[in-house]
Design a protein. Structure first.
Length: 277
């Protein structure tokens, strides 16, 4: 019983990336115990008609892994890249990127077999969503360097090129439906990140849907709009926040042009502290 309490406590303290990892691990264990049932009802079927009877699989497939190497590779990348992502984007933006990446990947998978005479195996795994997150953060800070053991520092754009390149190579396999999902997720991550750079949040509608259902479940009643008058203290706090954001943007521009190693010690510490808040 203490173990369950410890797991529950760890889950409650976890950030959004770690919570998704916990859910994936739990469902991996359940899949190992009830393989046929889980695959039949939660993996995304290749046949479009079958999908119409199980529309929830457009999301649930991303939490289903059968092979140990598959889940390990996805979750290791998600842990490191996802937490880096949270240093530059918000929690809500992470949710938008991740779940829209799942949906876009699932649509690409269904479309591939809908317009093909072949029928493939059901789709399972978080690779499309992980590809979305990976490409998005690499688009934001391509010159950011990650130090890998036995290799040294490697910039994000190189790592993501290898990641996406492996999916492109998989297009040559007979069962290449998953590769279409991965590439679609990657393409969406790039597009979404680029649109955010120009102030266009193309995933905002998804956040609105989540908020709507959250309010519905929690029985929250909508309140009339009120005019809020900011105090001098509030205005000062907002000015400080804007100044901090401008400094972060300047540092990101420097990383994009000259790489992470070009930052001074003070800039690295400032960026690290900002990402933890």
């Amino acid at each position: 019983m203490n173990i369950l309490n410890d797991i529950k406590l760890a889950y409650n303290k976890a950030n959004i990336v770690e919570k998704i990892i916990y859910i994936n691990v739990l469902l991996f264990l359940l899949t190992a115990l009830f393989t046929t049932f889980i695959i039949n009802w939660f993996a995304l079927p290749a046949a479009f008609q079958s999908f119409l009877y199980k529309p929830w699989t457009i999301i649930t497939y991303a939490f289903i892994h059968q092979r140990l190497f598959h889940i390990l590779s996805n979750l290791l990348v998600l842990y490191y890249i996802g937490n880096l992502f949270l240093n530059f984007y918000t929690k809500k933006q992470f949710i938008n990127f991740y779940f829209l990446g799942i949906i876009i990947g699932g649509i690409a998978f269904l479309a591939k077999y809908y317009f093909s005479s072949k029928i493939g195996a059901p789709l399972g795994g978080a690779s499309a969503a992980v590809s979305t997150i990976f490409v998005a953060i690499a688009t934001k800070i391509p010159r950011y360097a990650i130090r890998l053991r036995f290799i040294g520092s490697v910039e994000l754009w190189v790592l993501v090129a290898i990641w996406v390149g492996l999916s492109i190579l998989q297009l040559g396999n007979p069962n290449n439906g998953p590769a279409f999902a991965h590439i679609a997720g990657a393409a969406f991550g790039y597009l979404y990140a680029k649109q955010l750079e120009v102030g266009n949040d193309i995933g905002g509608w998804f956040e609105s849907i989540i908020n709507f259902f959250s309010n519905l479940i929690l029985n929250k009643k909508s309140k009339p709009l009120k005019t809020v008058y900011k105090s001098a203290k509030r205005k000062k706090a907002n000015n400080v926040s804007k100044t901090k954001q401008r400094k972060i943007d300047d540092i990101l521009d420097k990383i994009s042009k000259s790489g992470y190693e070009s930052l001074s010690k003070e800039e690295k510490e400032f960026l690290f502290r900002s990402g933890k808040k």
